[in-house]
Design a protein around this ligand. Structure first.
Ligand code: ZN
Ligand code: ZN
Length: 287
């Protein structure tokens, strides 16, 4: 918006509409009961993963003050039901295209419903794609799915990174995450709690612990200690297990790792670290 004010000497006052420059992120839910993250920039609204039911997703979008009818696309990272459960119904309900890899779509165990899916681009883990104001840069991650991917998402010079189902944050992930203003990373379990868990079968424990499974608090902390570039003001720990982790343990591991690196990073560690909830949406994070 331009405002001109003349008081003897001509003055020019320029006020920018900041809202259109911002990237806003809300994690609608995170964990094995369902993952979904809403990202907004300008007039573009994208849902990353849809692991909640379509009804619950709509409810949570409304609860954070957004109109579900204005959603532009659903992007699915991989076929596991905690990331893909709701997308066929949501796509149909809101008439919204789904961006998913062909391998993941074929691997989805949702049979007939897949035919109703309004397909966006057939994405894959090695090709960038654009949706409205966003540029998605996917990359391959170690996880036991057909073509699992993480992304950085950029708009207007603002960058976020999201990687929530992966055995480890390897060198590729660390390199792609460099320069991010926000990171959403997995802190699935505390290794000792997982080992001691009496009702997980041995095979499941092995799967979770493997290089293609899920990240422990230790691995998350190692990334922050060794490979994190220090830029992101917001580090959201996500996909916490309700059975084998505790938010306080995950937070402590992250804060301690960041504190070990001070005074390298100026901002304080406690303020940077946030925990995504499984049972409801996070606060909006504005970048
Ligand atoms: Zn998965
Ligand atoms: Zn998952």
């Amino acid at each position: 918006m331009l405002r001109f004010a003349f008081h003897g000497i001509p003055q020019l006052t320029i006020s920018f509409d900041r809202a259109s420059d911002l990237m806003r992120i809300c994690i609608l839910g995170s964990g094995s009961s369902g993952n979904a993250t809403l990202v907004v920039a300008g007039e573009t609204r994208v849902l990353i993963d849809c692991g909640l039911s379509a009804r619950e997703t709509v409810k949570r979008i409304q609860a954070v003050g957004e109109d579900p009818m204005r959603l532009d696309a659903i992007v699915v990272t991989h076929e596991h039901s905690d990331h893909a459960r709701g997308f066929p119904a949501l796509s149909k309900m809101l008439k919204v295209p789904v961006y998913i890899s062909t391998a993941a779509l074929e691997a989805c165990n949702i049979g007939e419903k897949v035919r109703d899916v309004r397909r966006g681009e057939a994405i894959n883990s090695s090709q960038d794609f654009e949706i409205g104001a966003f540029c998605f840069r996917p990359f391959m991650i170690p996880h036991d799915a057909a073509d699992p991917m993480a992304f950085t998402v950029e708009s207007n010079g603002i960058k976020m990174g999201i990687a929530v189902d992966l055995g480890e944050l390897n060198a590729l992930a660390a390199e792609r995450f460099r320069g991010s203003d926000l990171l959403i990373i997995e802190a699935n379990h505390e290794i000792e709690m997982l080992r001691a868990c009496t009702f997980y079968p041995w095979a499941l424990k092995q799967r979770i612990l493997s290089r293609h499974g899920h990240m422990s608090n230790d691995e998350m902390a190692r990334f922050l200690l060794e490979d994190f570039d220090g830029k992101a003001e917001h580090i959201v720990l996500a996909h916490l297990s309700r059975n084998t982790n505790h938010p306080d343990l995950a937070r402590l591991a992250a804060v301690q790792a960041l504190q070990e690196r001070s005074p390298l990073f100026s901002a304080d560690a406690e303020r940077r670290v946030k925990i995504a909830r499984y049972d409801g949406p996070s606060e909006w994070i504005e970048l």
